[in-house]
Design a protein around this ligand. Structure first.
Ligand code: SF4
Length: 697
């Protein structure tokens, strides 16, 4: 293999959806040297600060290496028997929907496949949802509405081939740093590539931007409806494309003209500059992330963006298209495998009888649910009111990260039977487990992940699993066998699981869906181990794989839908008592609830404590000074944070990072302030628009 030194193992970074390849060299004492893989198409050797520090996060200091029941160490036999027996008992006494799995975009595809098969195929409920619901569910719903399937149209090379990249609700420089580096390198080589950042905050990403539009929080639909109306007014609609490949433009234009771009808070010059650039540049890619998705109007925002691309025929061609970038390393793999409550597998639908019957037959399954299961917020509501009585949480920390997190923490604590699989007991959620199952960590696991542009990459174990820990697929397969489904969960390794999954995808292909990776089936363990990164749909030259080049979409009539949408303000109302709009987000050097990144001193040195950014004039009005401790509060709860005066935020708005937990800053958990309001289609919570008051602590 090119560029691999003796002793190095090819794998992938476990953090963001860029999906960078890494080369891992064990040092023989449990540590790892890490460098970027020069041959990996996603990063070509680059790594960001988090990826570079991976070697500092693999120690055993915080690991729990044996199963526990009721806080006492036990063996696997006892723990797995108890999990299987309790899930069977609850299913028998209360029905399958009294059980639920809450899993994670950190899972490998093979883990996800086993979890989904166990819950939907055999336990017989669709109550499996994932923390990816909090990340990109609105993109899924928007894609399905526009294209007929959850298809990401573009590829990373489009960002380099475009003449205009528009980043909406995305601090790419911090949250997808290597993708940002690729755009910066492309701009250095080709200065005509313009960059526009649309974000209420002036983030680090704006440093490179030709134009920053600090729109009002939650006003993206008004902005893109304004753009659609302007596209029409200037005669820039691609009428041939629209007539041949889309439907709905007339209705969407009527809706768009009903919105007032003033809702964006942008002035006429800012709007005109954006419209001029967007309409005047054929090769435009519009990238969007959590600022779009994490909204009670998230799906409409996604469709408002896609509408503009469809109306101008800027999709399916190099350097064009709407582009959703995912937060987690395998959010896409979870979508493909069907690991959300409203999916089946391989982009098939639970509610479609043909799909359901075909999957049931393929799995030789006992029962498949006919209806979608509960999405994350609904699931924890059902835990709170006692409808869910057996809950299995896998590699996630919902007691910190769910909206209304204090309520969710109480709900988990009160649930009759809670299983947690994780690498450490030191999370707020693991502390609430009746049964703790010690799972293998990133560097100890083998499988596949799919990044934001549909590239499937191998993750390979570089370190031996310590103590009694097991990979997640093996833990869940063991439980499936102990519940009585021996043949269905009889794999001996991830290669067999991947092969079954690839075979299953042939059914999706036969139904005319986008996700068919059946040509990747038939690999034995050795061939699976050698698998090079591959973007689906497959193409002979690794630059292909772009969807919709032929203008054919996945609705029955093969046309894309231009969807009428209208601006809606965030649901949490501002008032005299709750005058601030609270935005939440990530920091450059931390990941989720810091289980791994906090182990690296250099990552923790970047921004070492929880804080809230407030505009200087707002701070002065409240007689607050920099470094004062401030209490933010609303009806959900309160959080105490150190004040940073900042001109990055707008007057009347605040920003606070989402990483700190009950383990390291119990009074500063920001998601206790986020209300449980969701997008009506995607079920994604509105994590960036709480209303709060602020006062000196
Ligand atoms: Fe890892 Fe994302 Fe950084 Fe790449 S950009 S090294 S995938 S965190």
């Amino acid at each position: 293999m090119q560029h691999v030194e003796a002793g190095e193992v090819r794998s992938t970074c476990p953090y963001c959806g860029v999906g960078c390849g890494v080369l891992l060299k064990p040092d023989g004492t449990g540590g790892l040297a890490v460098r970027g893989d020069p041959d990996h198409p996603n990063n070509r050797g680059r790594l960001c600060s988090k990826g570079s520090a991976l070697g500092e996060t693999v120690g055993l200091a915080d690991r729990q290496l044996t199963p526990q029941i009721g806080g006492q160490d036990t063996d696997w036999e006892e723990a797995l028997n108890l999990v299987a027996a309790e899930f069977l008992r609850v299913r028998e006494e209360y029905g399958p929907d009294a059980t639920a799995f809450y899993v994670s975009g950190q899972l490998l595809t093979e883990d996800y496949y086993v979890a989904n098969k166990l819950m939907k195929g055999f336990i017989g409920s669709a109550n499996i949802d994932t923390n990816s619901r909090l990340c990109m569910a609105s993109s899924v719903a928007g894609h399905k509405r526009a294209f007929g399937t959850d298809t990401v149209p573009g590829v990373y090379e489009d960002l380099e081939e475009a003449d205009l990249v528009v980043l909406v609700g995305s601090n790419l420089a911090w949250c997808h740093p290597v993708l940002y580096q690729r755009i910066a390198a492309a701009r250095a080589a080709r200065p005509q590539l313009k960059l526009v950042v649309i974000d209420p905050r002036r983030t680090a990403t704006c440093a490179e931007a030709d134009l920053h539009l600090p729109l009002a929080i939650g006003s993206d639909v008004a902005l893109f409806n304004g753009l659609l109306a302007e596209i029409s007014r200037r005669g820039a609609v691609d009428t041939d494309y629209v007539a041949a490949h889309t439907s709905g433009l007339k209705e969407a234009l009527k809706a768009a003209r009903g919105d007032d771009p003033d809702a964006t808070g942008l002035d006429e010059d800012e709007l005109a500059a954006f419209y001029d650039l967007w309409i005047g540049t054929d090769k435009t890619v519009t990238v969007y992330s959590q600022g779009v998705n994490q909204s009670s109007a998230g799906t409409d925002k996604v469709n408002a963006i896609i509408n503009c691309h469809l109306a101008t025929g800027r999709i399916g061609r190099p350097g064009t298209g709407p582009f959703s970038v995912t937060g987690q390393p395998n959010a896409m793999g979870g979508r493909e495998v069907g690991g959300l409550a409203n999916m089946l597998a391989c982009h098939m639908e639970l509610k479609d009888e043909r799909h359901r019957k075909a999957v049931q037959q393929f799995w030789n399954a006992t029962a498949l649910p006919r209806e979608n299961g509960m999405k994350a917020v609904e699931m924890f509501d059902a835990v709170a009111d006692g409808r869910v009585k057996a809950l299995w949480i896998v590699h996630s920390n919902p007691a910190v990260t769910m909206p209304d997190a204090d309520r969710v923490r109480r709900a988990i604590a009160d649930c009759p039977f809670v299983v947690v699989s994780d690498i450490t007991l030191r999370t707020d959620t693991a502390r609430l487990a009746d049964v703790f199952l010690p799972a293998a960590a990133w560097a100890e696991k083998s499988g596949t992940v799919t990044n934001s542009d549909r590239t499937i990459s191998r993750q390979r174990a570089a370190l031996a699993a310590p103590g009694d820990v097991k990979p997640d697929w093996a833990i869940m397969a063991e439980v499936g066998r102990r519940m009585g489904w021996k043949e269905a969960f009889a794999w001996d390794g991830p290669a067999q699981i991947f092969d079954e999954y690839a075979q299953l995808s042939a059914i999706a292909g036969k139904f005319g869906l986008d996700f068919d990776i059946s040509s990747m089936s038939g690999k034995d363990a050795a061939a699976y181990d050698q698998m090079a990164p591959l973007r689906w749909p497959q193409s002979p030259d690794q630059k292909g794989g772009r969807f919709f080049a032929d203008g054919q979409f996945f609705h029955a009539d093969k046309r894309a839908r231009i969807v009428p949408v209208r601006h809606r303000a965030p649901k949490a109302a501002l008032s005299r008592k709750l005058p601030f709009r609270l935005n939440t987000g990530r920091l450059r050097d931390q990941w989720h609830t810091m289980t791994r990144t906090a182990l690296s001193p250099r990552l923790s040195a970047h921004l070492p404590e929880p804080f809230v950014d407030m505009r200087p004039e707002d701070a002065a009005r409240l007689h607050l000074k920099p470094a004062d401790m401030v209490r933010l509060s609303n009806a959900c709860g309160s959080a105490i944070l150190r004040l940073r005066e900042s001109t990055e935020v707008q007057p009347g708005t605040l920003f606070a990072p989402m990483h700190w937990t009950g383990e390291n800053a119990p009074a500063s958990r920001i998601d206790v302030l986020v209300p449980s309001v969701t997008d009506p289609l995607s079920g994604q919570p509105e994590s960036k628009a709480a209303s709060v008051r602020a006062e000196r602590f």
